[in-house]
Design a binder for this molecule. Sequence first.
Ligand code: FES
Length: 653
Amino acid sequence: STDPLVVFTPSGKRGNFPVGTPILTAARQLGVDLDSVCGGRGICAKCQITPSYGEFPKHGVTVSDGALSDWNKVEQRYKDKRGLTEGRRLGCQATVQGDVVIDVPPESQVHRQVVRKAATARDITMDPATHLYFVEVQEPDMHEPTGDLERLERALREQWGIDHITADLTILSRLQPVLRKGKWQVTVALHKSHKDSAHKVLEIWPGLTEDRIYGLAIDLGSTTIAAHLCDLRNGEVKASSGVMNPQIRFGEDLMSRVSYAMMNPGGDKEMTNAVRMAINGLTEAIATEAGIRPFQILETVFVCNPVMHHLLLGIDPVELGQAPFALTTSESLELNARDLDLTVMNENAQVYILPCIAGHVGADCAAVALSEEPGKSEDLVLVVDVGTNAEILLGNTSRVLACSSPTGPAFEGAQISSGQRAAPGAIERIEINPETKEPRFQVIGSDLWSDEDGFSAAIATTGITGICGSGIIEAVAEMRMAGLLDESGLIGSAEQTGTARNIPEGRTHSYLIHDASAEGGPRITVTQGDIRAIQLAKSALYAGARLLMDEMGVDRVDRVVLAGAFGAHISTKHAMVLGMIPDAPLDKVSSAGNAAGTGARIALCNIAARSEIEQVVHQITKVETAIEPRFQEHFVAASAIPHKTDPFPDLAS
Ligand code: FES
């Protein structure tokens, strides 16, 4: 007489269990991913399942010995109070009665896959550092002289197998009233360090909380600060938002900020305060947008370049301004948010900063490596993350090289006459008809082109406000293809190009894209100065990539991944026309969105990824562009569009 067979779908895991075994117990023994916050007490409903073949006893029916099953009473109580979808059962209450096939719906899977990596198509599963646990704590009495924290700790050990916990004063000061309010039942948010597995109490609620907990993944760039707010239970991105980095007023690029710190006593502190306040403002805004309260944010992951890294931490970046560019530390960091004055999120929120690689190659580059995994690629892949500083990686399974190239903020819309951050109202796509030289474009916030019906209505609230980074890349490439500018980047006159849109401006010419000045709106042009700014930026980018290719001893790469912290994906074709990246077959060039931001999300959602990247950075070889004479040579040659000497055979075809 064998025990009934229990089969779980979609995992396919199976085993035999005695009649009366709770399904949650069977799932745990088989390693089936079935969620639970309350530990099987029938109150959290995270363990819902659907029998797809076979039966459990109905709610409230008697079992063999004539008694009403206790399990089902609990389940019935839940159903009466909160309701359960038809066909759903609580996995901790329903018990094995006979052979059964059980479907675990996606909402009941804790470790469901959330972040899909673009280039490698590898999925990241949910396993964040912070989890919620519901526990019943023993009441104190005269014979049990231990403290409330010790009894909470014992409850976590007995009910969840968690060994040792720590709690800051902020928690200790609330522990007693919360335990009593919850009648000795509480939910705790526990953070586990991937380094030493230490558990720390971040938040505590009376009873079983309905609150969800969230984390922020922040890509702290020189020009833009971009954040994703993620639900820490399922990894869902609840809101994404960005602000300009207010440090811009101290200098547009990294080196000018380092010089500001060198020239002005206390300048580093000023910049530290500015960026921390901006992050607080962004936290507030993103919480409001998602309709949550900021105290529900329990974790934040940062990725940033070394200068931003030091300024965020309140460390003077002066050593990064001169060779040998020593970092204070390149190790990853686990910190309290409040130590960084990040006071809008939960007062106990934890911060994780990815490791830096070395010198000017920072945690943002590590995040790109985590997201795009060049070290796992069989073919030679070039990964370029475009920003005010470009992070560039070249490698395959045998070797990975990395550098950081100072492109300046032009690709983020700064230093461009009509430039702006990627936000609703910004032109992000543009086409120029090679015959008529007339432009048509798309604006962030609508899928319609400017010459389509309904365009004006679709953008009525935002209007047309400027051009963002991906828009300016397309504009310059389209101008080149339409013959509006020559290989050296010079914009022709109306007579030379045959369009009245090329208008004189001083001794140079500008191309007019959109003119709403008659109605008091903006007049959007691409000026000769804009072209020069883009040429400088793209030359720096290309030179960085070429330097890595020299170092690797190759003339060509197999694949290119183009990433950037823009609202839209960069058009690979336009990037190639511009000569931002080395020549490669266009079908081997892919656009990966914000790779550094994805890396930050991966580290937020999965603690194993934190250990992984801490290993991987040691296998990446840093190449320093600032002291490499060949960088200058490559830079000068890359100024032409697409390039002065390097051939672009794939472009021609
Ligand atoms: Fe909480 Fe089943 S585990 S209701």
